[in-house]
Write a protein that binds this ligand. Sequence first.
Ligand code: HEC
Length: 113
Amino acid sequence: MRVRAIVLALSAAIGGTTSIAANPGQPTANAVMRAVEVTLPAGASTFPPGRGADLANQQCVMCHSVDMVMRQPPLSFDTWKAEVAKMRTVYGAPLAPEQIDDIARYLTTINGK
Ligand code: HEC
């Protein structure tokens, strides 16, 4: 996947003392903006579409990849529920408690048994 990112490079003006003396109070750094291409490792960056996918995209990819979730063996609803609850209580995922069931139901539809 290719991603465009803006890189902001600050470079101090060469011969800063001269320009400070010449322009008192003026900033001596030059801001340069450049677009660069970054190639990320292959793999889906969002969950497959479906009811609850938005929630999973919001709540489950801030700490790790979609692959980390999709690589699990198919799990039952209860096991997904325990997994999502663990993300919340053990790792601090900022989920509302009432979102646990919705996400677990979605995960069961895409990778459940
Ligand atoms: C606050 C960070 C955070 C968020 C948000 C988060 N996780 Fe995790 N998750 C972790 C950490 C840390 C691990 C353990 C990583 C390791 O062992 O290398 C993990 C591991 C996992 C695993 C691998 C099995 C395991 O239990 O270690 C699964 C599956 C998983 N997360 C699913 C989810 C799902 C689904 C969501 C969304 C509800 C989610 N995670 C959100 C931090 C997070």
